[in-house]
Design a protein around this ligand. Sequence first.
Ligand code: ADP
Ligand code: MG
Length: 255
Amino acid sequence: AAASADLLEVDGVVKQFGGLVAVDGVSFGVEEASITGLIGPNGAGKSTLFNCITGVYDVDGGAVRLDGEEIQGLSPTKVARRGVGRTFQTPKTFRGMTVRENMAFAARHQTGERALGALLRPGTIREEEADVQARVDDTLEFLELDHLADDYASGLSGGQRKLLELGRVLMLDPEIIMLDEPVAGVNPSLTDDLLARLRELNDRGRTILFIEHDMDVVMENCDRVVVMHNGQTLASGPPDIVQDDERVVEAYLGG
Ligand code: ADP
Ligand code: MG
């Protein structure tokens, strides 16, 4: 479901680690209400770029714009509050909390400032808490995790934990959802479930940017594809065109 304007603009972003240029002047746009796939071989710089977009790293050059406003240099919390939700390649769920607690924690963490203000307005906290619990229930149902709501996260399979990660991000009601290899290591049936949920979120107007290793998954699920290689943008555009790009074929086949 492609639209017109770019919600997110990555403009010449550079990130170095000592002498290694992990991200070397990457530029591309993510159209509002699109599903955009970011692919590239291991070490291409995809996760580093995600960290540059979400404020985990300061960039060494270039700009990141959300809705036309520069967000590079903001803290991860501030970037999240602007409406950028993300998951990590290694899930950050709390293993010692139940699925429901993990979800509620994400929501409370996000509304921390508002909750403090609510202390001055008696009654509001209870209302907000009821609202959080209702949204937790809705989201768990949407992700078909409701039967696991009271299980500890430590007991979940890798795939279920990735669904929970998505759930935690959804509790922040983000404008754009960024996922770092959401289906890597996930069994085929749960992979299909997760991709179906992403398409459904996109049908409801959410913008999605996800890193994926598997070319077929990207080609089947994305409106736009960005290919990174050695820290640079190798190609970008609609999947059918990118798929046939000579440079992409070479990078993938190592030819
Ligand atoms: P991808 O996600 O595409 O597999 P990464 O962004 O993880 O690639 O890594 C890109 C390059 O940057 C790799 O060479 C990796 O070793 C290096 N790198 C990533 N993170 C760091 C770090 N924190 N310190 C030093 N080098 C890093
Ligand atoms: Mg990575």
